[in-house]
Design a protein around this ligand. Structure first.
Ligand code: B3K
Ligand code: ZN
Length: 872
């Protein structure tokens, strides 16, 4: 397989003004007829180039005609993935008849079956698995879709836009015609047919138009869509208020499907969701999942403007829609709940997973310069780092000018397929802020490090910060230039009071410093004593900040900083420091011991009733195994686990009375509501319980059992179960079986059970995961189940990182099997193996050997790209 490059971009030689599709759906095969109204693209220049259409090897061509003239075989060529027509007129109608087999489509790209329904997934290049087409986002066309099916089996037949006709064929099949007036690329096409239940609602837009809202699910799930429907209406209102964006069609539909490669898809007017990202009920859904449903409903809805009305010119520009839309959904969630809590969660995720990606073999710029398989680039870098870039633009411009920039962007490019440069240009033009150097964020991979040192001159009352930035080399990018880094800074006095200072003549408590050179000094005047700096407030740039804080400084920031985010950040730095000491002791074979200062900070927190319980819970959560691995080099997985367990137990023992009290104080029962205040209390309560149980205290052990039995919601029940499993509670196995018995008819709950079961620490971890894969609840064709079991297994130290390499071998075996069935899922499963270079030597060689074994197979482009780049 070979790479394609951004620098080779050319406008399409042909355009498709109108696309007319007919799907004749049968159980075994589907016949697709397309009528494409095509013409040569004037922007391409004069040309006699042949017409080259994209197709998949799973598409069988039945016939092709040009302006109703059936082409004889010598006038076209079919290769594995192209249909080439040598001679064409300047303007013509191309008719293609193709045959596909949706029920044999295990890749879940194109048209496939999930349960008893037909559904589609076309982004990025799935449409070519339906019929021959110019399957690229800069070819935008007006679609009319005719669905023909047996109404008794498929009473619901949906596609994009509005239903415009309904009738019967001579054989008595039902015919439904949908028309979408908005030109769109093929990746936004969708079709659904099935026996589905529907929930209806209405949203009145700001200009007083009524939009019909419909959520479809299989009948047994229709009682779980109320939350998503409310979230949808909140999103529609928010996009009007925050961005001035109104919905444009008369109907907006969402369909839940069980078999889906990712979370959801923003097809025009017809979003398709993984049921795990849409369905919610108190008994079956945790708080985290509720928030996820809300965020994803919002994200897909927001794509209607940032993605659909204005789309990407080519797939290198993916972050144009994804980075911006993630930023939009993050802001929405912050507005719906707590801004600081949301920011902490997002940053913790970014620093754990995106930073690891940016430091690994698959590191790539937010706007990649090349790829082998675009599916591999739906990454944390394109999404989350992309959102950080938009957030930095927001910081540099301020809210008002940012809004002016987004208004200009939508107005200027409505109906177009554009680039990240176009987005930045609109922001720059509307604000007058120079973003030319800033644009390097799009083209340079790697996480910059910002090293900060300081000095204080008592005679002049001047405090100086010296900042040095450096971006590490990444594959294909040995040297880097300085980027424009906005650094939000405040200063505290030794008692923790916020200080006013002057920077370049501006007096303020907080300054945004512009770090644009490799090394730069910033002076703060008007101070009487050396301050404690609160740096990178709100995580104002996606960088690794290094400043040598004393423990006293960190405790001060933890208790007094006015920036809630930095209070959390200080606690994390303190915890990381202590954990690193313990990790080193463990690696050196010493007895672990520490005089934890963190306990002091925790005690203050646990006794301060004025704090948001959600923030307290976040501070109490020790840095994750994954985050500590990202920081480590090399990674000693067992040492990290041992250190974390040790510190947690020590904190639990020192603060046992506090944890017990906080558990009881927040253990309120009542009707479940997924609102910020209740979520916060449950989160703190369950965090406190997890510590309290660490002490081995009998009352705590009993509290876990009681909570498991009596909980009226999944958050509390699953928290009790997880705590039991993770602390190796004597009754853990019984609770796991009881949980399965209780929920075996709820697949989404069973997935949680699979994940927790697969992550258990024990000598039999590998045997356990093998038996889970043989369990009736498991299905290798269902991505959610695969993710649960293999994702869970990846968290088990004794299983995945077993010293004999059996865990790595097992994962590699699964990747080899899935490579043929579902390349996208197989490729995602490779991620933990791509970290082999950073692993302790004995494990590293074993992991590498598994990658080499995979590479020797006949691989899909997806798996080939990840594995070969990891070994390079
Ligand atoms: N745009 C889709 C992702 C499609 C992934 C294709 N491999 C979901 C989203 O980001 O909204
Ligand atoms: Zn998206």
């Amino acid at each position: 397989p070979s790479a394609i490059f951004l620098k080779d971009y050319k406008v399409p030689p042909f355009l498709i003004d109108k696309t007319e599709l007919t799907f004749d759906l049968e159980e075994a095969t589907t016949i697709v007829t397309s009528r494409l109204h095509m013409r040569r693209n004037p922007a391409f220049g004069k040309s006699t180039a042949p017409l080259v259409l994209d197709g998949g090897e799973d598409v069988k061509l039945i016939g092709v005609a040009m302006d109703n003239y059936s082409l004889p075989p010598e006038e076209y060529r079919v290769s594995e993935d192209k249909l080439i027509i040598t001679a064409t007129a300047d303007k013509f109608v191309l008719t293609c008849e193709t045959l596909i087999e949706p029920q044999n489509n295990t890749r879940l790209e194109g048209l496939y079956r999930s349960s008893s329904m037909f559904c589609t997934q076309c982004e990025a290049e799935g449409f070519r698995h339906i019929t021959y087409y110019l399957d690229r986002p800069d070819v935008m066309s007006v679609f009319t879709t005719t669905i023909i099916a047996d109404e008794s089996r498929y009473p619901v037949m949906l596609s994009n836009g509005n239903e415009v006709e309904r009738g019967k064929t001579e054989e008595g099949k039902t015919v439904v015609v949908w028309h979408d007036p908005f030109p769109k690329p093929a990746y936004l096409f969708a079709l659904v047919a099935g026996d589905l239940a529907v929930k209806n609602d209405v949203f009145t837009t700001q200009s007083q138009r009524d939009v019909k809202l419909q959520i479809f699910t299989e009948t047994h799930n229709i009682d779980k869509v109320d939350y998503a429907m409310e979230a949808l209406k909140r999103s529609m209102r928010w996009d009007e208020e925050a961005y001035g964006r109104e919905y444009d069609l008369d109907i907006f539909m969402i369909v839940a499907v069980d078999d889906f490669n990712m979370g959801a898809m923003e097809n025009k007017g017809l979003n398709i969701f993984n049921s795990s990202c849409l369905l919610a009920s108190p008994e079956t859904t945790t708080d985290d999942n509720y928030l996820r449903v809300e965020a994803i409903v919002a994200h897909e809805y927001f794509h209607n403007w940032s993605g659909n009305r204005v789309t990407c010119r080519d797939w290198f520009q993916l972050s144009l829609k994804e980075g911006f839309t993630v930023f939009r959904d993050q802001t929405f969630s912050a507005d719906m709940h707590s801004e600081t809590v949301k920011r902490v969660e997002d940053v913790a995720f970014l620093k754990t997973a995106q930073f690891a990606e940016d430091a690994g073999p698959m590191a790539h710029p937010v706007r990649p310069a090349s790829f082998i398989e675009i599916s591999n680039f739906y990454t944390l870098t394109v999404y989350e780092k992309g959102a950080e870039i938009v957030r930095m633009i927001h910081t540099l411009l301020g809210a008002e000018k940012f809004r002016a920039g987004s208004d200009l962007y939508f107005e200027r490019h409505d109906g177009q397929a554009v680039t990240c440069d176009d987005f930045v240009a609109a922001m720059q033009d509307a604000s007058g802020v120079d973003l030319s150097q800033f644009k390097r964020w799009y083209s340079q991979a790697g996480t910059p490090t910002v090293l900060v040192t300081d000095s204080f001159d008592e005679s002049t009352g001047t405090y100086r910060l010296t900042m040095k930035q450096d971006t590490p080399a990444t594959p294909g990018q040995p040297t880097k230039l300085a980027v424009h880094i906005p650094v939000r800074v405040g200063l505290l006095d030794p008692q923790g009071a916020e200080l006013t200072s002057s920077v370049q003549g501006v007096d303020a408590q907080e300054h945004v410093l512009h770090l644009t050179s490799n090394e730069q000094d910033f002076e703060f005047t008007g101070l009487t004593a050396r301050p404690v700096p609160s740096l990178l407030r709100g995580f104002s740039a996606p960088v690794k900040l290094r400043y040598d804080y004393s423990t006293t400084d960190l405790l001060l920031l933890m208790s007094s900083d006015t920036d809630g985010f930095n209070r959390w950040s200080a606690s994390q730095q303190l915890a990381v420091g202590e954990l690193n000491t313990l990790i080193k002791q463990s690696i050196d074979g010493e007895t672990l011991s520490i005089d934890s200062q963190l306990a002091l900070g925790f005690k203050t927190l646990l006794n301060d009733a004025s704090l948001d319980p959600a923030m307290v819970a976040l501070v109490l959560a020790l840095p994750s195994q994954a985050y500590l691995s990202e920081l480590a080099n090399p990674i000693y997985p067992a040492a990290i686990k041992q250190a974390r367990d040790f510190l947690k137990a020590q904190l639990a023992n020192v603060l046992i009375e506090d944890f017990k009290r906080v558990y009881h104080e927040h253990n309120v029962t009542g009707e479940y509501q997924a609102v910020a205040e209740d979520i916060a209390r449950r989160s703190l309560k369950n965090t406190a319980l997890s510590y309290w149980v660490e002490t081995g205290n009998e009352l705590a052990q009993q509290a876990v059992l009681d909570q498991f039995q009596s909980a009226n919601n999944m958050t509390d029940q699953f928290a009790a179960l997880s705590i039991a499993v993770n602390t190796q509670h004597a009754k853990a196995a019984d609770l796991l079986s009881a949980f399965y018995e209780q929920w075996k008819n709820e697949p989404l709950v069973v997935n949680k059970w699979l994940m927790l079961s697969a992550s258990q620490e024990s000598d039999a971890a590998l045997t356990t995961v093998k038996s889970l894969m043989a369990h009736p609840a498991f299905d290798l064709k269902n991505p959610n189940k695969v993710r649960s079991v293999l994702g869970g297994f990846g968290q088990s130290m004794s299983g995945f990182h077993n010293a004999d390499g059996s865990g790595y071998r097992f994962l590699a075996d699964q990747i080899i099997v899935l490579n043929k069935k579902n390349p996208q899922i197989a490729s995602r499963l490779c991620t933990p193996l791509t970290r082999w270079k950073k692993l302790q030597p004995e494990l590293s060689v074993k992991m590498k050997a598994e990658l080499e074994r995979i590479l020797a197979e006949d691989l899909s482009k997806d798996v080939y790209e990840v594995v070969s780049k990891s070994l390079a």
